[in-house]
Design a protein around this ligand. Sequence first.
Ligand SMILES: Cc1cc2nc3c(=O)[nH]c(=O)nc-3n(C[C@H](O)[C@H](O)[C@H](O)COP(=O)(O)OP(=O)(O)OC[C@H]3O[C@@H](n4cnc5c(N)ncnc54)[C@H](O)[C@@H]3O)c2cc1C
Length: 443
Amino acid sequence: MTQPIVIIGGGWAGIAAAVHAVERGHCVVLVEERPYLGGRARSFVDRTTGEVIDNGQHLMMGAYRHALQTIERLGTMSKLRRQTALHVRFAEPGGHTDELNARAFGLPGKIGVAMGIMGLRRVSLRGRLAAMRFAVRLQLGMVDPVGKTCLQLLQEERQPADVITRLWEPIILATLNAPMDRAAASLLTTVLSRAFFGGADASALVIPTDGLSALIEPLPDLICQRGGDVLVSTSVDAIHVTDGRATGVTLSDGRLIPVDGVVCAVPPRALVRIAGAPDVAMPDLSFSPIVSIYLWYDVAWMVDEFVAVLGTTVQWVFNRRAMVRASADHVARYPGHVALTISAGSALVDQTADDIIAACDAELRSVFAPMAGVSLLHGLVIKEKAATFLSTPDVEQRRSHPRTAISNVVLAGDWTATELPATIEGAAQSGVAAVDVLLGGRH
Ligand SMILES: Cc1cc2nc3c(=O)[nH]c(=O)nc-3n(C[C@H](O)[C@H](O)[C@H](O)COP(=O)(O)OP(=O)(O)OC[C@H]3O[C@@H](n4cnc5c(N)ncnc54)[C@H](O)[C@@H]3O)c2cc1C
C-alpha cells in the first residue's frame, strides 16, 4: 500500500483501528469531526470547578481484551487500576448493604464469582441457587438466548424475582444499557460467559484513575511517527469510489486525500451523511440514553470507591475522590465529589438538570447516613440521549459486518456485529476486526 488508510471517526473504534493499523505497519490518517478524540468516552473540564470529568463515568472489565491491548500499546496502562477480583458493594435506602465479593474465599476466576454470588446476603437461598443453576447451564451451553429478551430468558431459566432485581437487573442495566424486557438475551449471555464467568481476571473491574482522554493522549504521536496524521475539527464528507474501490476522501476543508483503504468508524446516522459511503442495513437504529450526574460536596462523606444502589433511580455512585487523581486545590475546595450513573434513563431526559440534581441528592441522603449535615456545592447533569444503540433481539440479528460492497471500505463501531453490547470493548474489537478485514490476514 502506498497511500494512507483513512479512519473516519476518533472514538474507541477508530482509535483501536488506528493503533492496530499502525502496528501492522501502515500509515494512517485519522479524521475526527469534533475538536477532540475519544468520541462518547472523552473528558472535559467542568466550567464551575475547573475539574476534569468524563462524558459519563466509564468502567471496564478484565475481559476487555481489545481495549486493554490498545491502551497497552498507547503506553497508558498506568492510568488504570485493576481490581484483583470482582468486588461490588450494594446499598439501599434505609442503610441496608450487601456485597458480591469474588475474592471472599480466595478462589480464582468464575468459581470466585460463583462463591461471591452465593455470599449475597439479601438474595434468598432459592435465588442464589437458581443463579448458580443458570450459570452452570450457561457454561454447559444449555442456554438458548437467541430471539429472546433478557427478561424472557431469566423467566425461562426460572430465576426468582429477588435474584432478578438484586443481581441480574443491575448487571443488565450496567452492561447493556437497556431495560430487561427489551435487551437482547444473547448479549447478556455473552457478557456473562466472557466476563463474569470468563477467565481468571475477566470479571475484575478496571477503573480509570485519570480522565478518559488521558488514556489516548499518546495516539497522535504514535500515528505521526509512522508518517500519518490526526485531523480534528475535520469531517469526511465524501468517499470517492471507482470500479467498486475507494480512491480518495473529501474533507470538510475541501482537501482530497487519496486512500488505499477506508475504515468508517462512525455511528450509522453519521455514516449515511457521508456521500459515497457504503449502505448500512440498519440506519434506523434506536438509542438508549444514559444520564450522568456529577456532584461536589463540602465533606468527603463517601467511604467506598463505588457502590451499586438498589431501589432508587440512581444505579451507581462513584467516589471520584477515591478513584480519580485530583489536585490538592480541588480536594480542598470540594472534599466530596461523586459521579452517579442512570442507565436506560429515558424517564429523566425531559427533566430539568436542577430537578435531577435535587432528586438524586435526596436519594443519596436516603441511602448514605454519613451525608447528614453535608452541603451540596455544585452539580452537573450530562444527558447522553444516544449513549448506546438499543440492543433488542431483532436488532441483534441485523448488526452490520465490517465488509461492505466497496472492496477497500470497512465498517467499525460499537453498533457493528461484535456480539457484544455497545461498550468500549465492543468498539475496540470492531476497530481491530475492521482493519484485519481491510488488510487481510487475521479475519
Ligand atoms: C454516558 C456513557 C457511559 C458509558 N459507560 C460505559 C462504560 O462504563 N463502559 C463501557 O465499556 N462503555 C460505556 N459506554 C459506551 C462507550 O462509550 C461507547 O460504546 C464507545 O465509546 C463507542 O465508541 P465508537 O467509536 O463506536 O463511537 P463514538 O464514540 O460515537 O465515535 C464515533 C466518532 O465519529 C465521529 N464522526 C462522526 N461522523 C464523522 C465524519 N463524517 N467525519 C469524521 N468524524 C466523524 C464522531 O464525532 C465520534 O467522535 C458509555 C457511553 C456513554 C455515553
